[in-house]
Design a binder for this molecule. Structure first.
Ligand code: SF4
Ligand code: SF4
Length: 307
């Protein structure tokens, strides 16, 4: 039985059978809203807390049904595709309902703890067979702390393995409150260079690194995610500083290197947001191997990709 009352949360996706967000087969729940704005983010629909309209131009038939349904006059047809005035859009979902080709949808919806638990529970057999569980990701799950805490409490009652994927930019009290209910933290380090961190994520790395140190010293199990963004954080100096810092911490199981990819670019267009890393290409295999070897030289276990 659920303990009542429970808060709602805003979720933008629930992905089943995930094998890159922690051990075994997992269900990953994506919280909407993030305090950072990383230029390489491949989930831009997870950045704003509020639900938002997604328009896939490639599916649009130019039929104009959507603009007729919009009571706020937020849509206009321009040369067989539509233009959305996002200042006016609520979003109410009316246009999505009438669109004949699924070109319109809303990213993000309010869900209750009960609804999410029902989704998680559907795949319990897979978790048990694969030693998997549930991962709370985003966006940033720590931005909805009460909702996250309520979900973790319920998962622990059911003995479900829990992971929290976080950028670590939060008050430590929030992390401390959930710590005992999290079996594994997947914790991002973007760059040790604070000037670059501010420029490319919109925030200082001081609190993130301080929180990581405290969390590691508190005994929590942690896997570090390190994105490799060519020309931004893959220089030898930054890789060495990152490895030095990580190797000074207890309870770090592994570092996962996440090579930059361009898979999320289309999503920015669909949301009407600018993509700022247009000129950067994914790192070569050789570069990824070199970063891996540099970190391994510090005695760190290093993998490539999630998991
Ligand atoms: S979601 Fe609602 S307000 Fe926004 S464009 Fe569609 S119909 Fe208009
Ligand atoms: S209703 Fe759908 S297909 Fe028709 S113009 Fe609008 S977005 Fe395009």
């Amino acid at each position: 039985m659920l303990a009542a009352p429970m808060k709602n949360g805003v979720i933008f996706d629930i992905r089943k059978y995930s094998i890159h967000d922690g051990p075994g087969i997992r269900t990953t729940v994506f919280f909407k809203g993030c305090p950072l704005r990383c230029w390489w983010c491949h989930n831009p629909e997870g950045q704003d807390v509020e639900p938002e309209l997604v328009y896939r131009k490639s599916r649009c038939l130019g039929c104009d049904e959507c603009s007729k349904s919009c009571q706020r006059e937020a849509i206009s047809l321009v040369a067989q595709s539509i233009s959305v005035n996002r200042e006016k859009c609520v979003p109410c979902n009316n246009c999505c309902r009438v669109c004949p080709s699924d070109a319109l949808s809303i990213a993000g919806k309010q869900m209750t703890v009960k609804e999410i638990l029902e989704e998680i529970e559907k795949d319990r057999t897979f978790y048990e067979e694969s030693r998997g569980g549930v991962t709370f990701s985003g966006g940033e799950p720590l931005m909805q702390p009460d909702f996250l805490n309520a979900l973790l409490n319920e998962c622990k009652e059911r003995a479900t393995h829990t992971a929290v994927n976080t950028c670590g930019f939060a008050q430590y009290e929030i992390i401390d409150r959930i710590r005992d209910k999290v079996d594994l933290f997947l914790y991002d380090i973007k760059t040790m260079d604070n000037r670059k961190h501010r420029k490319y994520t919109g925030a200082s790395n001081e609190q993130i690194l301080k929180n990581l140190k405290k969390l590691a010293e508190s005994g929590s199990s942690i896997v570090i995610s390190f994105p490799i963004i060519p020309g931004i954080n893959d220089g030898d100096k930054n890789v060495t500083r990152t490895a030095e810092f990580i190797s000074s911490l207890p309870n770090i199981q592994q570092v996962n290197l996440l090579p930059y990819h361009r898979a999320g670019i289309e999503k920015y267009k669909n949301l009407g947001k600018p993509y700022k890393l247009d000129k950067i290409q994914p790192p070569s295999n050789q570069r990824v191997k070199s970063v891996k070897e540099k970190m391994e030289a510090f005695g760190i276990r290093v993998g490539i990709g999630g998991g």
